[in-house]
Structure formats: structure tokens, C-alpha cells
Design a protein around this ligand. Sequence first.
Ligand SMILES: [Mn+2]
Length: 293
Amino acid sequence: MPIGAGSGTRRIWFIGCPTDIGVSRNKGRPGAARGSGSLRRALANLPVRFGDALELIDAGDLEPRDGDLEGLMEGLELLVGAVVASGGFPVVLGGGHETAYGHHRGLVRGLAALSLPAPRIISFDAHFDLRPEGPPGAPLHSGNMFRLLAREAGERGEPLEYDVIGIQRSANTLSLFREADGLGVRYLPAREAGSPEAILGFLRTGRIGDRPLHVTLCTDVISAAHAPAVSAPQPFGLDPNVVLEGLRHLARSGRAAGLDVAEVSPRYEGDDGTAHLAAVLLFAWVNAMAGSD
Ligand SMILES: [Mn+2]
């Protein structure tokens, strides 16, 4: 049964998280703090194609105070936890990819309230984001959240189930590949992800079990030809069509507990093409969840 099903109309909560503190800590190009606003503007122009199957709710923005990323992530965790516990589906509009940290912790919290296990992560990303922790007191950044989450899963006595689609050899050090192997990460390199069939094959095989899913989309997984307005553009990134088909498959599966979209970084006025692309991917996701595609 789909997660949260059985409560009538399914509610999708859009939660803006306009921060790029983690990107700056990771020494990346800032700009993702304006991502949620540009995503909202792009989403507002899209038509509604479904009836009563879904209700879309804009939960507004969670904004950091005085650079307090940790406090912001606590707030995101509590909000996502409450949404999931009530049977709702969170869509987190980043923000840097570090927002996946608070989102994941919130999913763990909300799913536990429903007596469901912690979610498996399905990430679309050029990067593993398994870098060593940052300095004491401010450890989280946009390149290490899955390492922090792996440690926390270990403290709960369970492995982090983490699958990544679109990994670039040119964007991850050898030590990161070793770290991923050590943690049992499944990944599909970008150069093997050239067709929808390749991605669907990856998603349909591999891990056994029917854990809920945390789906996370770092928009730098997409080719820079289509998604230039990100912190770390990837010239050999994925074709948007294969990402679209992967997302539609996951949305239809009924196993997704939450979705986040990160790293859209509209750095200049008028540079909203990447936001529009991400908004159309969200449009496809929502329609797949509604069964209206
Ligand atoms: Mn990335």
C-alpha cells in the first residue's frame, strides 16, 4: 500500500528551504538560497491536470537565522516529521543539497511515528556527498550530509541504504569512491545512465526489501546544457528525459515518502531556465503520484 494511503485525498506539502550556507561551507558557488523562490515562480505557471486525488499546499519557507544551518535543519526535521506522520508527502524546495539532511531526519521521524522503517535514499546526483565532516560545531555542509546520515544510521544499528544515479568520475575523488564502496553505496555512473532503460533497470534491481524511499534530486546531475544554473555544472551530466522517467517510475511506485529538489542557483536575473526544468520535473512527479499521466 502506498505510504500515507488510505486517508482520502493525499496532501503534498511544498516546503521552501532557501539556504546555501552548506554550499558556502563546502567552498562551492553560492546561489541556491534563491532556488526555492525561482522554483515557486516556475511552478506557479504550470497547469493542474488532476482532480481530487491530490491537494497541493504551500507551507512557505523555513529560513536560517544568523547563519544557523543546524537550527534550520532541526526546524525542517520537525516540519517534515509532522507532515509525514499526518499522512502527507513533503516536497522540499532547496536550497543547497544539504537540505537533504534535515529532510531525511524528518522522514525517519515521521515514518517511525507510522511504525515504518527509515527510508532508503535514492539520489540523482553527480556527487556522492560523502566527504569528511566539517569543523566541530558546524559539521554539516553540502558535500557531506550522506556521510553524517550514514553515521547516524549506524548509531541506530542499521545500515544507510543509499543509491545514487548519475555519479561523475570527474567530480568525485578516489577516496570518495572508496568511502562509497565501504558504506555499500549502490551507484550508476553518469556514462552508464544514458537511457531511461538503464535507469529503470538500476531502480528495479539491487536491494531487496520494500523500505520507504527518500528521493533526492541534486539538479547538477543534469547536463549543464540543460541545467547551467547550479553550484557545480556538469558538462557530461544526464539528459533531462532519463531523469524524468526515473522520477516518474519512483512517483508511481507508491513507496516514496518524500522528495527534495536542490541546488537550483539562479545567479543572474532572467536565468530561470534551470528552475523551469526542475519545475517541470516536479510537475511530472505530482502527476505521476496522481495517476494522471
Ligand atoms: Mn551534486
